[in-house]
Design a protein around this ligand. Structure first.
Ligand SMILES: Cc1ncc(COP(=O)(O)O)c(C=O)c1O
Length: 452
């Protein structure tokens, strides 16, 4: 066929157009569009007060810290580990170890801050916690009968990652206690009765995103007992654990309480160091017997997957995070005293501000989290993306519809507020605008059937 004349015959398609239906089903899934949609609304209304963004507070970021941290890590390689100049260069400039180069420092951090003792070989340093999630779910999804349980509402990044690896997510009731253990047992048994294999249950025991709920110590122990009794893995995701509000002491992580290698622990440095580095990690100390009979940590299997996804996490980014750890004796608790105080102050300000604007008796309710970035406001009308757009356009305030955190299409009468990237003044302005929107909505017909 000669197209050299520049005129295509009618039956020849010149452009290569594809239909989304011919791509992996995940790309058409609402879970994968959620972050894009929320970013798009935020970009379209830059002057709106954002009580939506879960980003860390920016005032404490300093470019000079990046240089300092990099130099501290270089000095660590040379002075503590005895690397010669060529080895230092290779470590910082070259492709690197798949499981990462700051695994020892991460292990020290876990010992110092969390009383978690792990072999550094059980750690894979990842491109954000998000990659860690993807690696774990990819590894666990062995066949079509496999399913994941997740406390609902859940982090949309988890749902999206599960979609990408064709792993169905089944909700477990959360509630104010953070997890409904009776429902978890029921969901495990129901799935098995259907011939399915629940591979793990995903939980955020500390100041969950989006609910703000935490699991108390007694329930953490019960959860571990239940996981052992049902032979279930737990995936513990803990990006917010350091940020307990005033008066609320820290509760040991599930991993710290885990004596049976039941818990795969996901960590993120996005909130405790900086999100721009995109560094997270997974602790996977479960023993896996390989085809040749050798036994090694699950981390080694995850590393095989990682080698085909991101090859290795950026050495420069790891060096910055490693240097930040070294600057504070590997304690992120110590490194985040200002940040913790700011988040605790903001959370208090938010909760007090809600109480002032919606005094009893009010159809508007909210929870009072013991820390973290998020609180949930319940209202007597459905909260959807259209309402968010109206809120941005007419009232100049952004928040996140809670519907984004449920894996179904039932209407949800609640929204998530975030306190992490704003000042108390912005919280006041945002709440005034939200109160005006809610007052307006309350004059319209309420729909009590929606989930609150
Ligand atoms: C619960 C939860 N897990 C994981 C992440 C992602 O962390 P990272 O930025 O390290 O990928 C977030 C980010 O907001 C989160 O809220």
């Amino acid at each position: 066929m000669d197209l050299s004349a520049g005129v295509a015959p009618d039956d020849v398609r010149v452009d290569c157009d594809l239909d989304v239906a011919d791509l992996h089903p995940a790309v058409g899934d609402p879970a994968l569009n959620s972050m894009n949609f929320l970013n798009e609304v935020a970009q379209r209304y830059p002057d709106a007060v954002s009580l939506a963004a879960g980003r860390p507070y920016e005032e404490f970021f300093d470019v000079a810290d990046l240089h300092r941290h990099l130099e501290a890590f270089r000095a660590h390689l040379a002075d503590d580990l005895g690397y010669g100049p060529a080895q230092v260069h290779r470590a910082l400039f070259q492709y690197g170890r798949t499981k990462g180069i700051i695994h020892d420092l991460v292990a020290r951090n876990l010992a110092v801050d969390e009383e978690i003792t792990v072999d550094p070989e059980s750690i894979v340093v990842t491109v954000g916690c998000q990659e860690a999630m993807l690696l774990v779910l990819r590894a666990l999804r062995a066949g079509p009968a496999d399913v994941l349980l997740a406390v609902a509402p859940t982090y949309v990044g988890l749902t999206g990652a599960a979609r990408l690896v064709d792993l169905p997510v089944r909700p477990v009731a959360g509630g104010p206690a953070g997890v409904d253990l009776a429902d978890l047992r029921e969901q495990v048994r129901r799935a098995r009765a259907e011939g399915l294999r629940p591979r793990a249950c995903y939980v955020m025991p500390d100041f969950a995103n989006p609910s703000g709920a935490s699991i108390d110590l007694a329930d953490r122990r019960r959860l571990l007992d239940l996981a052992a009794a049902e032979d279930l893995l737990l995936i513990e995701d803990n990006p917010y654990g350091l940020f307990h509000a005033d008066g609320a002491g820290r509760v040991p992580t599930l991993k710290a309480l885990d004596t049976g290698r039941r818990v795969v622990y996901l960590g993120s440095f996005a909130k405790t160091v900086l999100p721009g580095a995109r560094v997270g990690y997974v602790v996977a100390d479960q023993r896996v017997r390989d085809a040749d009979g050798t036994v090694g940590p699950l981390a080694d299997q995850l590393a095989k997957i990682k080698s085909m996804v991101t090859v290795n996490t950026s050495a420069i980014a790891q060096a910055v995070v490693g240097g930040a750890l070294l600057a504070h004796g590997c304690s992120l608790v110590a490194a985040n005293t200002r940040e913790r105080a700011a988040y605790a102050r903001n959370l208090r300000h938010l909760v007090n501000g809600l109480a002032r604007r919606f005094p009893d008796p009010s159809p508007v309710r909210w929870n009072v989290p013991a820390g973290g970035f998020f609180a949930v406001v319940s209202v007597p009308f459905p909260v959807d993306d259209a309402l968010l757009r109206r809120s941005a356009e007419d009232y100049g305030v952004l928040w996140t519809p809670m519907a984004h955190f449920y894996d179904d299409t039932a209407p949800v009468a609640a929204l998530r507020l975030s306190i992490s990237a704003v000042t108390p003044g912005q919280i006041d302005a945002g709440l005034d605008r939200l109160a005006a929107l809610i007052a307006d909505e309350l004059t319209r017909s309420p729909v009590p059937a929606a989930r609150r």
